[in-house]
Design a protein around this ligand. Structure first.
Ligand SMILES: [Fe+2]
Ligand SMILES: [Fe+2]
Length: 325
């Protein structure tokens, strides 16, 4: 039962960071409006015990709405520490980061995009940039994301990591620029949250003309959501608005050409297409390899993206094959 509740926020058990101390009370839902306390604030979250409690199929634990922020702060702090731990593999680190990022997406869904959620997203981005920069192993980054159950989260984390790798290959050295790029990448599809879930979960190929038109409003809706916050840098807003544009003017919503596109949006637009091909999802049940994805962008799609960014992505992918050869 993951329905919404006015005062309680669901946490997928799989997204709890096991073995850490939860700063908040955790509840199990036993009825529409009935919750039972199963783990007090300050006790260690033993995932196995929680999962076996009462009902083996407990998928969600619940947290009081007003306490959710504490849980997020603590998860993000833990994730930030663990990501720097040398003894963990990239896959383990990506999992931890995705779990923390999942919290931001839950927050978006149940509380909305407020200042707190935005600042959590920024912290996730800092750790994601650090991870992608310290370990630019493309395949392990991409495959570690396959464990992530939420499609939008999986896609957003992938686009963030790939955007950072492209920026590195372009030798972008300004840390603030790279963090803005990553934040725009993480939030690029946030406008989908303003559309009916039935529409978002429908494969594009099955959409009617009207549904397709509605779907294509998501960059504009996302831009509006960020503008309403009033604190989001213009560069980040531009990424969200322009992530479906392309260099040859065949994107949407404004059919901008390369010269008119925001420099950061050029990178995210390419990373977005690349990740739609390489990370499985409703529109792409069988993922292509990074190399196949490059060929598809070049041959089937006619390489509509910014040339420098595309060359940089080719470099990232080829470096990977050179390493494994
Ligand atoms: Fe999108
Ligand atoms: Fe996207």
């Amino acid at each position: 039962m993951e329905d919404k509740h006015p005062n309680m926020i669901p946490i997928p058990v799989r997204d709890l960071i096991g073995g850490s101390t939860s700063p908040v009370n955790l509840y199990v839902r036993i009825g529409a409006d009935k919750f039972v306390l199963i783990s007090k604030a300050g006790t260690k979250t033993d995932k196995e015990r929680l999962q076996s409690y009462e009902n083996k199929t407990v998928e969600y634990l619940w947290v009081k709405r007003e306490e959710y922020g504490f849980l997020m702060d603590s998860n993000i702090t833990i994730a930030g520490v663990l990501v720097n731990q040398k003894s963990l593999t990239t896959a383990q680190k990506t999992l931890i980061l995705s779990q923390a990022a999942a919290g931001v997406f839950t927050e978006l869904e149940h509380i909305g995009l407020g200042f707190e959620t935005y600042s959590h997203a920024r912290q996730i981005v800092e750790a994601t940039v650090a991870l992608a920069e310290s370990n630019n192993n493309l395949n392990s980054l991409l495959s570690s994301l396959n464990d992530c159950s939420d499609e939008l989260l999986r896609h957003s984390m992938a686009v963030t990591s790939i955007s950072v790798l492209i920026a590195n290959a372009l030798n972008w050295e300004n840390k603030q620029t790279v963090e803005k790029l990553a934040l725009g990448a993480l939030l690029h599809d946030i406008g989908l949250k303003a559309l009916p879930p039935e529409l978002v979960n429908k494969p594009r190929a099955l959409m009617s003309f009207e549904e397709n038109q509605q779907y294509e409003t998501h960059p504009y809706k996302g831009m509006q959501m960020l503008l309403n916050l009033g604190v989001v840098p213009d560069d980040v807003v531009a990424i969200v608005y322009e992530h479906h544009e392309n260099a040859i003017g065949q994107g949407y919503p404004r059919k901008l050409r390369n010269i008119k596109m925001h420099p950061l949006a050029k990178v995210v637009a390419l990373a977005n297409d690349f990740c739609e091909l390489t990370v499985p999802g409703i529109n792409n049940p069988t993922a292509r390899s990074p190399r196949e994805a490059l060929v598809t962008i070049e041959m089937t799609m006619g390489q509509p993206h910014n040339k420098e960014a595309f060359r940089a992505l080719q470099q990232v992918v080829n470096r990977e094959y050179a390493k494994s050869a």
